[in-house]
Ligand binder design. Structure first.
Ligand SMILES: Cc1cc2nc3c(=O)[nH]c(=O)nc-3n(C[C@H](O)[C@H](O)[C@H](O)COP(=O)(O)OP(=O)(O)OC[C@H]3O[C@@H](n4cnc5c(N)ncnc54)[C@H](O)[C@@H]3O)c2cc1C
Ligand code: FES
Length: 243
């Protein structure tokens, strides 16, 4: 893990309120799927945690939604500017020698793209089920397909794919994979954890240090013990954390 003044190569809108920032940084070569970086948006004291969507030896891609002032300021930055990153951070998704069902909800989808790449490089079958509010929020579907994943989409308003949740799409398409890696909003992770016993979920929490020191991001395990989302997670085995 290190800090780096990363060069912005591209920062573009890819869906409703959603942007893709491609950065040139040494951090890229160290990243494992499901890890995140802490982004120092100029003018903001606290860093913003954003998952790594894709990485190769030199470039790292972040996909982020504008929800508040920090991410809005980030969306206004341009190619040629630089931004400070700290990372890679956290425990990411395991890469097992078995086929996998990736379940992404909204802006929880990005870290699953690098995860899909790692499984496909390891010769494993990848099925991705991606859920969004509506067609305007749809992102990364084509990128999953280009990697070689079988992709299914669900939208709550029925404007694209199955109408309903990711679990509705899984039922409608008869998807029978049993090993699941999921990232998305808490209600989705609760539903996935109730439906599957094997796999992992990636959690979100407000963060300060991002490296295990401040205890600002804790969740409880089933025995009431504290676990730090930033360092012990963000990826936890299904059933380990109280959601
Ligand atoms: C491990 C991890 C990975 C994440 N990956 C992504 C991603 O790939 N794409 C994406 O769009 N978003 C991601 N998020 C959520 C992202 O961190 C927040 O949307 C972002 O910090 C909001 O900042 P803001 O200044 O725009 O919002 P504000 O509401 O103005 O932020 C105020 C403070 O609250 C914190 N905060 C607000 N919302 C969240 C949140 N949901 N999670 C954690 N901290 C929050 C901010 O970091 C900031 O310190 C991730 C969060 C975590 C914990
Ligand atoms: S953010 Fe400080 S311990 Fe997790």
């Amino acid at each position: 893990m290190k800090t780096d003044q990363a060069l912005i190569l591209k920062n573009e809108k890819i869906a409703a309120d959603t942007f893709r920032m491609i950065l040139k940084t040494d951090i890229a070569e160290e990243v494992q799927c499901g890890q995140f970086v802490q982004v120092q948006v100029p003018g903001f004291y606290l860093r913003r945690p954003i998952s790594v969507c894709m990485a190769d030896e030199e470039t790292l891609t972040l996909v982020y939604k504008t929800v508040g002032d920090g991410t809005k300021a980030m969306s206004e930055m341009e190619a040629g500017q630089s931004i400070n990153l700290f990372g890679p951070l956290g425990h990411g998704f395991p890469v097992e020698k078995r086929s996998v069902l990736l379940i992404g909800g909204g802006v929880g989808t990005p870290p699953l793209l690098l995860t899909a790449k790692k499984y496909i490089e390891a010769g494993q079958k990848v099925t991705a089920v991606l859920g969004y509010n509506d067609k305007a929020s749809l992102m990364l579907e084509e990128e999953f397909r280009e990697l070689g994943a079988s992709v299914y989409a669900a939208t709550m308003d029925g404007s694209y794919g199955t109408q309903g949740t990711v679990l509705d799409a899984i039922r409608e398409n008869g998807i029978e994979e049993t090993y699941v890696l999921a990232c998305g909003p808490l209600p989705m992770l609760k539903a996935v954890s109730a439906a599957y016993s094997e796999g992992c979920v990636s959690l979100e929490s407000r963060m300060a240090c991002g490296m295990g020191a401040c205890m600002g991001c804790v969740v409880k395990d089933q025995n009431g013990e504290s676990m730090r989302v930033c360092k012990d997670g963000p990826v936890f085995e299904i059933g380990k954390a109280v959601l």
